[in-house]
Design a protein around this ligand. Structure first.
Ligand code: AMP
Length: 220
């Protein structure tokens, strides 16, 4: 199964992708996680990405394309993968088509997890993440708080707020989404791959709606 998720920052893509990856043993490729890791490790990609991420802007396409070219050709992706956060504009989507043809693969489904902006800001600003790479669990101070304040339920690491999840940058990231990323909805609709799932609700209900989409796909 090769699935692509679209959705604004805070729509819940990361949470749903993780659940799906676990259920179907798929490789979850989150562009944001890959870039944050690159920044942390001071790699060439990380050095190129940092200034854009700090401003809530898109990192240059070439950085993402190189990262995904390398990832998609690895054996762990052969069983299937979930793309989360890439592509983020039409040029990247066209490059993804090219990358997929290089590995002789197609996308099976594109899911647009849509959520009104009014609830995205609160979701993003309250988000806390586990910085432990092997865990990367996500919490929310109000909607899914950890059992012990500030501590990851899964591995006990102190939770942090992503620097770009602060209120000053959230509006900028949402406007980048509307201007550059949302045109991908029509791009994938035209390829007959798009399914819309309402991202405003309980995590389990949203997951059930996603599974329904995937089942429908497997029947037809
Ligand atoms: P995310 O964790 O998906 O919200 O991404 C965090 C930041 O990483 C974004 O605000 C961008 O600066 C950068 N980023 C993630 N994915 C991409 C992409 N496909 N193209 C360009 N920049 C990206």
């Amino acid at each position: 199964m090769r699935i692509l998720f679209l959705g604004a920052p805070g729509a819940g893509k990361g949470t749903q992708c993780k659940k799906l990856a676990k259920k179907f043993e798929l490789t979850h490729l989150s562009s944001g996680d890959m870039l944050r890791e690159a920044v942390k490790n001071g790699t060439k990609a990380g050095l190129a990405a940092k200034e854009f991420m700090d401003k809530g802007q898109l990192v240059p396409d070439s950085v993402l394309i190189d990262l995904f070219r390398e990832k998609l050709s690895q054996p762990e992706c052969a069983k299937g993968f979930i793309l989360d956060g890439f592509p983020r504009n039409i040029a990247q989507a066209k490059s993804l088509d090219q990358l997929l043809s290089e590995i002789k693969a197609n996308l099976d489904t594109v899911i647009d997890l849509y959520t009104p902006d009014s609830i995205l800001e609160e979701r993003i600003c309250g988000r806390r993440i586990c910085p432990n790479k092997a865990c990367n669990e996500v919490f929310h101070v109000k909607y899914s708080p950890p059992k012990v304040e500030g501590i990851c339920d899964a591995c006990g690491t102190a939770l942090v707020q992503r620097s770009d999840d602060k209120a000053e940058l959230v509006k900028q990231r949402l406007s980048v989404y509307h201007e550059l990323t949302s045109p991908l909805i029509d791009f994938y609709q035209a390829k007959n791959l798009l399914h819309k799932v309402d991202g405003d609700g309980e995590q389990e209900d949203i997951f059930a709606a996603i599974l329904k989409v995937l089942n429908v796909k497997s029947i037809h």
